[in-house]
Write a protein that binds this ligand. Structure first.
Ligand code: FES
Length: 137
């Protein structure tokens, strides 16, 4: 709770503090709990429904902790031009891995790209992407 209050205090006086607070809470705790929503709403003079609405709208925020490894697949324009949509369509479901869509990882010239942790995997093809998912599962 103390860390949550520190995060809120760090952004509360900034303009548009809600998203930065939510990003920091998500990064710190791995999710945005009901307790956090209540505290943020109180601090920013918002309703809990308003904060909850933002949490549920954005992919980056999760109401529950999710321990699965995350593969972030870039589906922005440059990676689309290099075939990421076909890769995504052919990717077998694996319930032990969470595949999230992101929009640009900053390495557009070597796409299609995905990120696991802080490492970018470039020039993906179906075999490389499948192996990446299998290695995470
Ligand atoms: S569009 Fe995929 S890395 Fe930029």
């Amino acid at each position: 709770m103390e860390r949550l209050q520190q995060i809120i205090a760090a952004h509360a006086s900034a303009e548009g503090p809600l998203l930065p607070i939510l990003h920091d809470v998500q990064a710190e705790f791995g999710h945005v709990s009901e307790e956090a929503i209540r505290a943020i709403a109180l601090a920013l003079n918002l309703s809990r429904a308003e904060v909850h609405g933002v949490v549920s709208f954005y992919h980056d925020f999760h109401a529950e902790p999710d321990a699965r490894p995350v593969l972030k697949l870039c589906r922005a324009e440059a990676c689309q031009a290099r075939g990421v949509e076909a890769l995504a369509a052919g990717l077998p479901e694996n319930p032990r891995v969470k595949v999230e869509t992101v929009y640009c990882l900053g390495l557009c010239s070597v796409g299609p790209n995905a990120m696991v942790g802080s490492k970018v995997h470039a020039r993906l093809d179906a075999a490389k992407l499948g192996a990446l998912v299998e290695a995470l599962a």
